[in-house]
Design a protein around this ligand. Structure first.
Ligand SMILES: [Zn+2]
Length: 142
């Protein structure tokens, strides 16, 4: 038997635009990282990082594509607050939480928590938590 080498690729990441695998090693061939504002991005554990998305691209071209896409997507505070609520609820899914408790846990003001709840009830608005079919054929205005 050969040495028990891990055949799993060592933390390869993919370009967020074209999906090309990127090597994040020191001599990587120019993977680009950027942090962009995105109200649908909620950090797993650090609330102060909510609303910021770390993006990874293989080239400046792909980075441009990603930024262009995110620029067309409005930053919606309600959505970010909704994400905070969902995260807080998930952490205690078996117990349930009152709105007041959620405010304490998420650090949101009452009106923010309510706006977030409304956002969730509305079914996450036109964008949704995940990438849906997004069939809104907007007349390409220049
Ligand atoms: Zn790419």
């Amino acid at each position: 038997m050969g040495p028990d080498e891990d055949d799993v690729s060592p933390s390869l990441d993919a370009c967020d635009a074209c999906g090309r695998a990127l090597e994040l090693t020191g001599d990587g061939d120019g993977a680009l990282l950027a942090v962009v504002a995105d109200s649908s991005a909620n950090h797993v554990s650090e609330p102060q990082r909510d609303g910021q998305r770390m993006v990874l691209a293989c080239s400046r071209e792909c980075m441009g594509t990603i930024c262009e896409k995110l620029r067309r997507r409005p930053f919606i505070s309600d959505e970010m607050w909704a994400g905070k609520i969902v995260r807080a609820v998930r952490e205690h899914h078996s117990e349930g939480r009152s709105l007041r408790e959620l405010e304490a846990v998420t650090g949101l003001e009452a009106w923010q928590a309510e706006a977030g709840m409304r956002w969730i009830k509305r079914g996450w608005g036109p964008f949704g938590p995940a990438d849906g079919p997004g069939g809104s054929a907007d007349g390409s205005s220049t």
